[in-house]
Write a protein that binds this ligand. Sequence first.
Ligand SMILES: Nc1ncnc2c1ncn2[C@@H]1O[C@H](COP(=O)(O)OP(=O)(O)OP(=O)(O)O)[C@@H](O)[C@H]1O
Length: 330
Amino acid sequence: MLEISDLCVAIGPHRILSVEKFQIDPGQRVGLVGESGSGKTMMATSIAGLLPDEASVQGSIRLDGSELIGRSDRERAKVRGSEIGMIFQDPLKALNPLMRIGRQVAEAVRIRSSLTRREAGRRVLELLEQVQLPEPAQLARRYPHQLSGGQRQRAMIAMAIARNPRLLIADEPTTALDVTVQQGILELLLDLSRQHGMALLFITHDLGVVRAVSDRIAVMYGGRLVESGPVREVIHHPRHRYTEALIAASPASTRLTEASALLGVPFQTIAGTVPAAGEFPSGCRFRNRCTHAVEACAVEPAATEAGDDHLYRCWNPAIRTGAEAHELHR
Ligand SMILES: Nc1ncnc2c1ncn2[C@@H]1O[C@H](COP(=O)(O)OP(=O)(O)OP(=O)(O)O)[C@@H](O)[C@H]1O
């Protein structure tokens, strides 16, 4: 669906992005990772046609075979509304603080559409419901500052999917949110992608997030796309030293996500009293599947004290990779 070849973006004399080959198939979810300044946002804005005016671009970005490079701003905006949606890290910056949420979503709905005001109003409520915002009719009348961070991001997602794009680019959409809210947004994006066959380009620093939402990983380093491939393949056989370092540095929660993907069971978040180290938590749904892990059960986050009342996650600290988890559970 999206095919990039020999893309080169420069600002003044500085080449800031160089991508030999990259593609996204219909409905595919790709996680784009890389350290700060590695060019992830430049890659996203190149695809969305939102590069700064001073940028010079060479190469090719094709959407369904049709070339996007060289098209006018107006034509790119058209593609952006209907074929490619985009959400950003900070929804407060992207939303108009003086306009009610419903009106902002309605604007996204009505761009180049023949819907009447009433039809657009119905579609707004439908979208707010689709992104699982509570009491859509009331929420539509609120201003952005009257919503929580997670609700604002959901409103942004509603705007981005208003015209059923085939590709949604999410540039660190959960970085500014706390962990429990992050989880909800990730689940929503996954659901929307699955339900509508919408491809997802998900930009993040967090390998755990990539593993949770993506089929493929693409790794950026120093403005270059250094490797890409199916999640498992890249994690188990990284070819670039930066990818290796990224995997080694990923926290236990990331390994947990990988292990659960391999085992075909989600890691479990349990509400209750955190057990002492070595104790198997009561109420674990996977108890019978984790006999080997019982001895070494630990909890996350590590800061949580045994005996505390918390949300916690089970994990065996002896397991360092998904392959080890698989071996242990066989
Ligand atoms: N408008 C601009 N003018 C000049 N250079 C820019 C501009 N925007 C970005 N850059 C440079 O391009 C490079 C890539 O930036 P980019 O924002 O794509 O990185 P990133 O991987 O998204 O980083 P982060 O994770 O911190 O958001 C950086 O070296 C940055 O300084």
